[in-house]
Design a binder for this molecule. Structure first.
Ligand code: ADP
Ligand code: ASP
Ligand code: MG
Length: 412
């Protein structure tokens, strides 16, 4: 039997009624002759609540226990989905990550999937089971502890299962009907894309578009998974939603495919560090050892042998970054005058593979921001993206102005 993977996100399983709607859609695919692997998220809001409980109980928590707690949301929806399918006379059972088993690394709270043996689930399909409902976002480490894959990780579970079971398709059901030129909640003129290239989706996701977890796009690209994003709230045809595919499968596309943003950024400046070989290695090794994910980096021109080093990181890692730098200063390894944290910044990025062959995108982006009176604090570029750090209060304005200027509401 051909296998299909269907993933339902938090809002799509937020109530028993929505679970029933999702289950009906699964039933339709079963009646077409598929063996279906359903990946479920926790009910919307549940994971946030669980994370909150962990933080309240233990601010410097043991990540293994964090995973034990936050993985539980998915267990509930997996069981409820299996029960709902059974009520509809569809043979189904639930699987927690360790039962499959979804084998991951031991990097708790951000584990990577290493292998998904297919024999257990295949044996159950062979015995007449039609649907395997798998709790997303979780796995088991080599030490036998429960792990989670990082926020939004159920997308990655879904793509990894599609690759492991050579599924015909991996359908990601969510609360929007596809991938848009930017978050439709910030720009009402955002346009749904029928297709988007893997590379562009990868950049958009890593720059903040949370419609797909970055790692899920990486896996889909590597294993050539047919990945589709579509709404669980509307009736869908086989052509609905957005197909994430190879660049060659897209006929026409704009130079800029989309605008992404990330609200929770902080800009950190180490004032007056010695400008000598090895200083950047010392700073960023200390930050990396402390688990800080550094994104943008700028080093100023030096004056009298000293310079300022600026970097950005997620706001919830500021305390960790400060502690690491204070420790290094105390130990005498890094000397600096002060560390200034600006936690009111956001990152806005434009992404498009057309930038490889078109010049002028950066110039236009900077002109647009300048016309709105928005000051740029840090800039980074790659072959297919340009990112700027700006004051957070201008984030929506910047997204809308860029969307307008690059005419993203119009198809190519
Ligand atoms: P789920 O719970 O189904 O995993 P998420 O909330 O993780 O859903 O992701 C869907 C959300 O992603 C949408 O509601 C939308 O606000 C946001 N989003 C951000 N950027 C985009 C984009 N470019 N296209 C579509 N949705 C986007
Ligand atoms: N429930 C998890 C989260 O909220 C995983 C997911 O929904 O993909 O991050
Ligand atoms: Mg999600």
């Amino acid at each position: 039997m051909p296998v299909l993977v269907m993933k339902f996100g938090g809002t799509s399983v937020a109530t028993l009624d929505r679970i029933r709607r999702a289950a009906k859609r699964v039933g339709v695919e079963v009646s077409k002759g598929y063996d279906v692997i359903v990946i479920v998220s926790a009910m919307s809001g549940k994971t946030n609540e669980l994370v909150g409980w962990v933080n309240e109980t233990s601010p410097m928590y043991d990540a293994r226990e964090y995973d034990a707690v936050v993985s539980s949301g998915e267990n509930v929806t997996a069981g409820l989905m299996a029960l709902t399918l059974q009520e509809m006379q569809v043979p189904a059972r639930s699987w927690q990550g360790w039962q499959v088993p979804v084998q991951t690394t031991s990097a708790h709270a951000s584990a990577r999937i290493e292998a998904i043996p297919s024999d257990n689930i295949m044996a159950s399909f062979g015995a007449g089971m039609k649907v395997a409902v798998v709790a997303g976002f979780q796995g088991v480490s080599p030490e036998g502890r429960i792990t989670t894959l990082g926020r939004g990780g159920s997308d990655t579970t879904a793509v990894a299962f599609a690759a492991a079971f050579e599924a015909d398709r991996c359908d990601i059901y969510t609360d929007v009907d596809g991938v848009y030129t930017t978050d439709p909640r910030v720009e009402s003129k955002a346009r749904k894309l029928d297709r988007i290239a893997f590379e562009e989706m990868l950049e958009l996701a890593s720059l903040g578009a949370k419609v797909l977890q970055t790692r899920s796009v990486e896996l889909a690209m590597r294993y050539k998974v047919k990945l589709r994003v579509l709404s669980s709230f509307e009736e869908q045809s086989d052509e609905a939603g957005t197909l994430v595919c190879d660049e060659e499968e897209i006929m026409e596309s704009n130079v800029v495919a989309g605008v992404a943003f990330s609200r929770d950024e902080a800009k950190m400046t180490l004032v007056s560090v010695a400008d000598r070989p090895g200083i950047a290695a010392l700073i960023f090794t200390a930050l990396s050892d402390a688990g800080v994910n550094v994104d943008m980096i700028v080093q100023n021109i030096s004056e009298e042998g000293r310079t300022d080093m600026t970097f950005s990181c997620p706001t919830d890692q500021v305390a960790r970054a400060e502690a690491a730098m204070d420790e290094a200063k105390g130990a005498g390894t890094i000397n600096f005058a002060e560390l200034i944290a600006d936690v009111d910044v956001a990152k806005v990025s434009v992404v498009g593979i057309g930038m490889r062959s078109h010049t002028g995108v950066a110039a236009k982006m900077f002109q647009v921001l300048s016309a709105e009176g928005i000051n740029i604090k840090v800039i980074t570029t790659s072959e297919i993206k340009i990112s700027v750090l700006i004051d957070r209060k201008y984030m929506e304005l910047a997204v809308q102005a860029l969307h307008d200027a690059f005419e993203l509401d119009k198809a190519a």
